[in-house]
Design a protein. Structure first.
Length: 608
C-alpha cells in the first residue's frame, strides 16, 4: 500500500483542523492576488478625475474641520448651520480621525475645494415642460458623465493638491486589503483542504470592478468593509470554527464595535452577532461566556463614542436621528411618496449596478447584458450552495464537516439577509440605494457565492470573466470621465492651490457700503487677461471655514462660475444675508494660461 506523502498528510490535518494557518504557498498566491488588486485600485485612483468619487468633497471637508478646529462637530437634535454645511458632521468619526495626521502632514489646509458643477451631467439635465428627455442622446454626450468641470490643474496628477487628494484616496487601499484577507480566512474555515477555492473566494471580491474603484476614492466604506469582514470572519469562527470560541466572540464584538464608529449602517452587525451566537448553539460553541465576551468587545470599542454623543445630544443614536431630521440628507416628501413597481425595480437595478460597476457618481456602468450575465453566475453559486447544504451528511465530507458547513453557511446567509433587509428599510426612508451601504457584510455576500461556484467548478471561470471586466472598467472610466478636452479650460480647477489669494497690505480705511446698494467691485482688466475675484468675509487671512457663519471664502469662478472682466457685482442673496457691520476683504488674482496665479492685487477692505 502506498504511504501518504507529507503534503497529503498536511492537507488531511488541515481538513480536520480549520484553525491551522495557511501554508507558505497559499500565502504567496494570496500576496499575488493582493498585488494585482492594488495595481487595479491605484489605476482607478490615477484615472478618476479629482472629486469624481462619490462624496469625496464632503468627506475631505469634515477632515478639514477636525484638523482646523481640533474637535468633532458638536451634536444637535435639530438642523444647525455647521452640521448642514459640513454634510458629514453627524457621522461617526473614526475614519475621519484616521486621515487627520495625513491631512496635517501635507498641510492640506492651504487650499480649498473649488470644483464647479458640470451643467451637462446626466442627472442635472432638464427639459422644457411637456418635452420628453432623450436619454440615449444625453448618455451619448462625451461630457455627460462627469459630476464636475475640470481644468488644467489636473494635468499634473502627482503634484500639489492633486497629489494630496490622491494620497487621501490611497488611504482606502490598506483597508480594502484587510477586507480581502478576512474574506480569504473566512473561506478557509469552510474549505481548508481546498486552497484554490479559498483564494477564489477572495478573488471574487478583489476582481469586482466596483470594489477596485471605491478602493481608489476618498471614502470610509473601505474601512467599514475591513472591520465588518473581520467581525464576520471571527463570528463565523465563533459559530462554526475549531479555535477558542470565546476569543473569536470577543474579537468579533470588538471589530463590530469599531465598525459602528465608522458609519451607522454598521449597527446591523449587532443583530448579526446575535445571530452568530444562536448559530453557535447549534454548533455546540454558544456558551454564556462567549456571549459575554462578544458583548464586552463591542462595548469596549463603541461605548466611548456612543456615550459621548448620547450625553451631548440626549439621543442614544444621534447620528441616525440627525440624518432623519436634516434637510441636507433627507429627500423631499414627494420623492418618498413615489413608489410602486418602478421604485423597487430601480432599487434592484441600481443596487446591482453599484455592486458590479457603477463608476464615478454612479454615472458609468457596464452594458445590461454584462450585468445580467454576472447576476446569473451569482445565482448559480447560491443554487449550488443550497444543493450542497441539502445533501446527506455523508459523502465527500465527514459528518462534523457538513454540520460546520451548514451552521457557518446559515450564519453568513442570515447576516446577508439582515443587511439587505436594512437596505430596503433605508430605501423606504431615504430612497438612495447604493451597494456600498452593504460593505460591512462583503464577506457574507461573497463567501457563500464562492463556495457554491467552487462546488460546480465555476469559481475560477467567473473570476476570469471578472478580471476581463476589471480591465474593461478602467477603459470605461478613461472613455467617459476623461473624454477629449476634459481638462482644457483654465478657468476651472479642483482646488485653489495654484490660484490662492495672498494676504497683503490692506488699503488704508474701510470703504463703507450702503446696506441697500449692491457692491460692484471694479479694476483694470487688460484684453485677454483671466482674472478671479477672491472675497473673504471677516478674515483678511483668506482662511476657508465654511462651517462658520459667513466663514466662506468666495471665488468668482468657483462659486459664481464667472470669470470677471474688470468688474463683479455681488449677488443680492449673499449681500442681504450679511449683518450690518460685516467686514469684507477683496483681492483680484490674475491667472496665466494654465489657470495658475501670476499676480495679486492689494487687499481692499469694505464694510456693510
Amino acid at each position: 500500500m502506498r504511504r501518504a506523502t507529507s503534503h497529503e498528510r498536511s492537507s488531511t490535518v488541515r481538513a480536520h483542523h480549520g484553525r491551522v494557518g495557511p501554508t507558505k504557498r497559499e500565502r504567496w498566491w494570496f500576496g499575488a492576488l493582493c498585488a494585482l488588486f492594488a495595481a487595479l485600485a491605484c489605476a482607478h485612483n490615477l484615472l478618476l478625475p479629482l472629486w469624481e468619487g462619490p462624496d469625496e468633497g464632503d468627506n475631505a471637508l469634515y477632515v478639514r474641520y477636525i484638523a482646523v478646529e481640533g474637535q468633532l462637530c458638536p451634536p444637535a437634535l435639530e438642523p444647525r448651520y455647521d452640521l448642514e454645511h459640513l454634510g458629514r458632521g453627524h457621522m461617526p468619526p473614526l475614519w475621519f480621525l484616521s486621515l487627520v495626521p495625513l491631512f496635517e502632514a501635507r498641510d492640506m489646509q492651504r487650499w480649498r475645494a473649488t470644483h464647479v458643477p458640470n451643467p451637462e451631467f446626466l442627472r442635472r439635465v432638464t427639459t422644457a415642460p411637456g418635452a420628453e428627455l432623450d436619454l440615449d442622446a444625453e448618455l451619448a454626450k462625451p461630457h455627460s458623465r462627469a459630476m464636475y468641470l475640470h481644468g488644467r490643474d489636473e494635468r499634473a496628477p502627482l503634484s500639489g493638491a492633486a497629489l494630496d487628494l490622491r494620497l487621501l484616496r490611497l488611504a482606502s487601499l490598506p483597508w480594502a486589503l484587510v477586507a480581502l484577507w478576512a474574506t480569504w480566512r473566512t473561506a478557509r474555515i469552510f474549505l481548508p483542504e481546498q486552497p484554490g477555492a479559498c483564494l477564489g473566494a477572495a478573488a471574487l471580491l478583489a476582481l469586482t470592478p466596483q470594489f477596485q474603484h471605491l478602493s481608489g476614492t476618498i471614502t470610509m466604506d473601505l474601512m467599514l468593509a475591513a472591520l465588518g469582514a473581520l467581525a464576520l470572519w471571527q463570528a463565523t469562527e465563533w459559530c462554526a470554527g475549531q479555535g477558542p470560541n470565546a476569543r473569536a466572540a470577543f474579537v468579533a464584538g470588538l471589530c463590530a464595535g469599531l465598525a459602528c464608529c465608522v458609519k451607522i449602517n454598521a449597527l446591523v452587525l449587532v443583530p448579526a452577532l446575535a445571530l452568530a451566537g444562536l448559530c453557535a448553539r447549534f454548533g455546540k460553541r454558544g456558551d454564556p461566556w462567549s456571549w459575554m465576551c462578544a458583548v464586552a468587545g463591542g462595548l469596549l470599542a463603541a461605548a466611548p463614542y456612543y456615550a459621548w454623543q448620547w450625553i451631548e445630544s440626549g439621543h442614544p443614536l444621534w447620528s441616525w436621528h440627525y440624518q432623519n431630521v436634516s434637510p441636507f440628507h433627507h429627500p423631499t416628501a414627494e420623492a418618498l411618496a413615489s413608489g410602486g413597481f418602478e421604485k423597487w425595480k430601480w432599487f434592484a437595478v441600481v443596487l446591482w449596478l453599484s455592486w458590479v460597476g457603477d463608476f464615478g457618481w454612479t454615472s458609468v456602468w457596464f452594458p445590461g447584458w454584462v450585468n445580467v450575465a454576472v447576476a446569473l453566475a451569482y445565482v448559480a453559486g447560491l443554487v449550488s450552495l443550497v444543493a450542497k447544504l441539502r445533501a446527506p451528511a455523508g459523502g465527500c465530507c465527514g459528518r462534523r464537516t457538513i454540520r460546520e458547513l451548514r451552521v457557518g453557511s446559515a450564519f453568513l446567509l442570515g447576516a446577508a439577509a439582515l443587511m439587505l433587509a436594512a437596505e430596503v428599510y433605508f430605501n423606504l426612508n431615504f430612497s438612495q440605494p447604493q451597494a456600498r451601504h452593504l460593505y460591512p457584510f462583503v464577506t457574507a455576500l461573497v463567501v457563500p457565492i464562492a463556495l457554491g461556484l467552487a462546488r460546480w467548478r465555476l469559481l475560477w471561470i467567473v473570476n476570469g470573466v471578472m478580471l476581463a471586466l476589471s480591465a474593461w472598467g478602467l477603459a470605461l472610466v478613461a472613455q467617459w470621465l476623461r473624454p477629449d478636452g476634459w481638462n482644457d479650460d483654465p478657468r476651472w480647477s479642483a482646488t485653489d492651490d495654484a490660484k490662492r489669494a495672498r494676504p497683503a497690505v490692506i488699503d488704508a480705511g474701510a470703504i463703507p457700503w450702503s446696506a441697500s446698494r449692491l457692491p460692484t467691485l471694479a479694476w483694470e482688466h487688460p484684453d485677454g487677461a483671466l482674472d478671479e475675484l477672491v472675497l473673504a468675509v471677516g478674515d483678511p487671512s483668506f482662511t476657508h471655514r465654511p462651517w462658520v457663519l459667513h466663514g466662506q471664502l468666495f471665488r468668482s469662478i468657483a462659486d459664481l462660475e464667472v470669470a470677471p472682466e474688470g468688474a463683479v457685482t455681488l449677488p443680492e442673496s449673499f449681500w442681504s444675508s450679511l449683518p450690518s457691520g460685516t467686514r469684507l476683504f477683496a483681492q483680484v488674482v490674475r491667472l496665466d494660461a494654465d489657470g495658475r496665479a501670476s499676480a495679486w492685487s492689494s487687499v481692499r477692505e469694505f464694510e456693510k
